[in-house]
Design a protein around this ligand. Structure first.
Ligand SMILES: CN1c2c(nc(N)[nH]c2=O)NC[C@@H]1CNc1ccc(C(=O)N[C@@H](CCC(=O)N[C@@H](CCC(=O)N[C@@H](CCC(=O)O)C(=O)O)C(=O)O)C(=O)O)cc1
Ligand SMILES: N[C@@H](CCS)C(=O)O
Ligand SMILES: [Zn+2]
Length: 773
């Protein structure tokens, strides 16, 4: 065991995109050829050092290994793949020692290579790149980048703790490389990967790193292919072996877990020789009870009491009580920590000049959370009085929040309480189908798109000018109407059957609604990394939600006035609005979902009044919020489905309700999708070549279904032949009267040239297949 003690206070990770999105801009400039690699690396290095310096100013020790080196150019799972030399064979021409361009090729693909798949990181809106591991994938230690970061930090006067994904989580989140035997899982390669971790740890130790963080959050989630006890046993064995000999040539191992609770892995990890273990005591508060009576075996517990995944100011008195109770229970000192990396929250509240003044003191972003961690650590060791100012300020903010009338709307509460079973139910789907067929008169295999059209520079510029006040409201509306006219004209020319207005007025499908609903605040600079260089500004839900006036109706009405074809109204569903916002922690999510659903229900009614016959309610995040533990999933699926039904069940029989879900792991939520009772569901299917439809037909799903035939995440334009083939494959599983033809998702991130060509091919392919029916 290392002789350097584990720090008294720490965080699991920090935002890295830059306080002003400097890394995003530099990376994108490098991609476009505007700056050379040296300039990107210099920007990255100075962002890292400035970040360490700021964390030290905020109270973390510059020399005690409390500051994590959690930087990444793109994604921390990709960084771990690079450190383990686990480059998939299909990336021909790339060796195990990736340079910057090789690294970005894995993330973004190139002319010859599809990029690694991207998927959600636990229950967050962050996406990681999925490693592809086969029985023969070669592993080799590639520590150069990690060592360089440790060295750079050291030279600048900081002992920054290297952070990697741990071996069990790395493999648990990987997928089998193409061509692997059916019964193979990447976890089968743990034995081969451990020596590589050993070597990485040795190299880091030789560079002077006294502690290394290995993130093992997969141990806090149920795994689709391994039961919890089996995963815990793998982790136990792995950490016993990695810890052997620590102190001589192996640094102290800090296993970080977040996003939920450890079950079997909690006792399994203690006693393996790891130096420290962090637990998420926000989402996994029930772990506290389980710690009672466990033998720590010399492992120090880092108590994640400051929420890293939300923006509320911590109740410091309560957290201190938890910490001192835990210290007494364990009979050992504990480290104060964040529950997760702070990657999920914006840098600082300090720069926000437009948040409601009353709400600001209720909040803590990354910098403020670091101060909370250090205040708690100070109080735990020297008493509350030593941190009186921080504690008193937190207590009065908490009281003010508790007493604030901003949190409650009695009209919304009354309406929520008055909801009865009839408000969740439409007439049976078959009856609705007949009414809709008569009203809409659509051809077989109706063609449509998912909602957004390319967000051009000009559209973004108009929005920025409007926000800055250099374009007035009338000018802005005229500009958006011009865009809608052109999108309707394009769809008419392409001969699509169900048109959309194109969503030009939306900066983001969630932020836009939050900006138009009471109960939400939006930030000006609160960017949070979603994937790679892409960021979102999650809105903050602080009160009961109400809709002061119709939101989308004028745009939809305008679009419908331009055509005789049906225009599909476009809303974001309650679960997705919640999933991509910072949500209230003072009431169940279910209650907030119902409030949003009621606002959407009114919007649906107003769209109907405006003559809109089809309304799509997008729920791409339905899968994302699925609890990590199977036991918790049925309750979630129940309330999320009910919220969708509150939003949509007020619609007339002749109004066709669509929903859209853009991910392809349907197995877990297929029952819920049926429960939504939407008339038509569009899903992502192009990349998996319609394989997903086997699940759907096996489940007896009888509603309209639009499996995507155009992979919008790729700049590739699918040919008419390819689309016709996909439609043929779909018809093997879905009756023609139920099949819709559409892309996988919205077109906002694509350009007009590719979109126009792809949609022309989509239309042509549909004609061909229709002729065979
Ligand atoms: C579908 N996805 C979404 C998720 N979460 C959401 N909240 N929204 C989503 O759509 N999660 C899952 C996926 C993640 N996918 C993406 C895809 C693309 C982006 C993305 O491109 N983000 C943009 C920011 C988009 C945005 O809000 N734009 C604003 C203005 C932004 C801006 O930078 N303005 C400039 C000034 C304007 C100018 O001069 O051009 C500035 O502030 O400096 C807008 O369009 O109005 C990104 O750039 O990262 C994210 C998630
Ligand atoms: N209507 C949205 C859904 C994205 S998931 C869009 O088309 O962009
Ligand atoms: Zn989508």
């Amino acid at each position: 065991m290392t002789t350097t003690p584990f720090p008294a206070a720490t965080i699991l990770g920090y935002p890295r995109i830059g306080p002003r999105r400097e890394l995003k801009r530099a990376v994108e400039a490098y991609w476009s050829g505007a700056i050379p690699a040296e300039e990107l690396e210099a920007t990255a290095a100075s962002l890292r050092i400035d970040g360490y310096a700021r964390l030290a100013e905020l109270g973390l020790g510059a020399q005690d290994w409390s500051i994590p080196a959690s930087f990444s150019y793109y994604d921390q799972v990709l960084d771990t793949l690079a450190a383990a030399g686990a480059v998939p064979d299909r990336f021909t021409g790339l060796g195990p020692d990736l340079d910057l361009d090789g690294y970005f090729t894995l993330a973004r693909g190139d002319a010859e290579h599809q990029p690694l798949e991207m998927t959600k990181w636990f229950d967050t809106n962050y996406h990681y790149l999925v490693p592809e591991i086969g029985p023969e994938t070669a592993f080799s230690a590639q520590p150069a980048r990690l060592l360089e970061q440790v060295r750079q930090a050291k030279e600048a006067g900081f002992a920054a703790r290297p952070a990697l994904i741990g071996p069990v989580t790395f493999l648990a989140l990987s997928k089998p490389a193409a061509g692997s035997p059916a019964d193979f899982h990447p976890l089968d390669r743990l034995e081969d990967l451990l020596p590589v971790y050993r070597e990485l740890l040795r190299a880091l130790s030789a560079e002077g790193a006294a502690w290394v963080q290995l993130d093992e959050s997969a141990l806090a989630a149920d795994h689709p292919q391994r039961d919890d006890a089996a995963l815990a046993a793998l982790a136990q064995d792995a950490y016993q072996r990695l810890s052997q000999g620590s102190g001589e040539d192996v640094p102290g191992i800090f296993v970080a877990t977040a996003y939920g609770r450890l079950e079997a892995a909690l006792p399994a990890l203690l006693g393996t020789g790891i130096g420290a273990l962090s637990l998420d005591l926000v989402k996994g508060a029930r772990q506290l009870e389980r710690l009672r009576g466990l033998d720590l075996g010399g492992t120090r517990i880092a108590a994640g009491v400051v929420d890293g995944h939300n923006v509320w100011r911590t109740d410091l008195d309560r957290a201190l009580e938890t910490l001192s109770g835990l210290r007494d229970t364990l009979g050992a000192d504990v480290t104060v920590a964040t529950s997760t990396s702070l990657l999920h929250v914006p840098y600082t509240l300090d720069v926000e000049d437009d948040l409601p003044a009353e709400v600001v003191p209720w909040l803590a972003f990354a910098e403020e959370k670091v101060r909370e961690v250090t205040a708690l650590s100070g109080a735990l060791r020297a008493g509350r009085a030593s941190q009186a100012q921080a504690f008193d300020a937190a207590a009065s903010a908490l009281q003010a929040r508790h007493d604030s009338p901003l949190r409650r709307r009695e009209d919304v509460r009354r309406r929520t309480e008055a909801l009865g079973e009839q408000d969740y139910r439409r007439t049976p789907a078959g009856q609705r189908r007949a009414a809709q067929r008569e009203r809409l008169g659509l051809p077989a295999l109706p063609t449509t798109t998912i909602g957004s059209y390319p967000q051009t520079k000009e559209v973004r510029r108009a929005r920025a000018d409007y926000a800055a006040g250099t374009l007035d409201r009338a000018g802005y509306e005229a500009r958006m109407q011009e865009e809608i006219r052109s999108v309707i004209a394009l769809q008419t020319e392409l001969g699509l059957d169900v048109l959309v207005h194109g969503e030009p007025e939306r900066n983001d499908m969630v932020q836009y609604f939050a900006e138009h609903l009471d109960g939400f605040a939006v930030t000006r600079f609160g960017w949070v990394q979603s994937y790679g260089s892409r960021c979102t500004r999650p809105p903050i839900l602080f009160g009961d939600v109400a809709r002061p006036e119709p939101i989308t109706v004028p745009w939809a009405r305008y679009a419908q006035s331009l055509t005789d074809k049906p225009v599909k109204g476009m809303l974001t569903g309650p679960v997705t609005i919640l999933a991509w916002s910072f949500v209230r922690d003072d009431q169940p999510l279910e209650t907030s979902a119902t409030h949003i659903a009621l606002a959407l229900r009114d919007e649906v009614a107003d769209l109907e009044t405006a003559g809109i016959g089809i309304v799509q309610v997008d729920e791409p995040a339905l899968r994302e919020l699925l609890p990590l533990r199977r036991a918790d999933q049925p309750a979630y699926l129940d309330w999320s489905v009910r919220a969708f039904r509150v939003a949509t069940a007020g619609a007339a029989d002749a109004t066709q309700i669509h929903t859209h879900l853009c991910y392809s792991e349907f197995g877990e939520v297929i029952g819920a999708i049926d429960g939504l009772d939407a008339d038509v569901t569009s899903i992502e299917a192009a990349r998996s070549r319609m394989e997903i439809l086997e699940d759907i037909s096996a489940s007896g799903f009888t509603r309209g279904i639009g499996p995507g035939v155009y992979d919008i995440h790729s700049p590739r334009v699918p040919s008419a032949e390819e689309i016709a083939e996909l439609l043929g494959a779909a018809l093997a599983h879905v009756p023609a009267e139920a099949l819709w033809v559409n892309p996988d998702c919205g077109l906002k991130t694509r350009g007009y040239a590719e979109v126009t060509e792809a949609l022309a091919n989509l239309r042509q392919a549909t004609e061909r297949v229709r002729a065979t029916l």
